[in-house]
Ligand binder design. Structure first.
Ligand SMILES: O=C(O)C[C@H]1C=CC(=O)O1
Length: 96
């Protein structure tokens, strides 16, 4: 199942820079592992924002929830999820 997920990061301004850097590094490793596994299919920065638009390819809603809730930045993000299905005019083989 494919999902579009939008994540907006809102770290508290009071968080020490060292702690923020550690969380971001852990997040990066987790995100890259999920990309290598194929579960996190696309990851795009929203220009001008500390936000991303991502496409996840997971078994079901429960797996998406598990992945997202384990993101190290999860407590500091606003997240929206939209389920996707194949567009009838798509020419891409891997859209479903
Ligand atoms: O930077 C972000 O958009 C937040 C998050 C998503 C992947 C990652 O490495 O950090």
């Amino acid at each position: 199942m494919l999902f579009q997920v939008e994540m907006t990061v809102k770290l508290p301004p009071s968080m020490p820079a060292e702690q923020a850097a550690e969380i971001k590094a852990t997040e990066k490793a987790y995100a890259q592992e999920l990309q290598r596994s194929g579960k996190w299919r696309h990851l795009w920065r929203v220009a001008g924002s500390y936000a991303n638009v991502s496409i996840f390819d997971v078994e079901d809603n429960a797996e998406l929830q598990e992945i997202i809730s384990n993101l190290p930045l999860f407590p500091y993000m606003e997240i929206s999820v939209k389920p996707l299905c194949r567009h009838p005019s798509s020419i891409r083989e891997d859209d479903s």
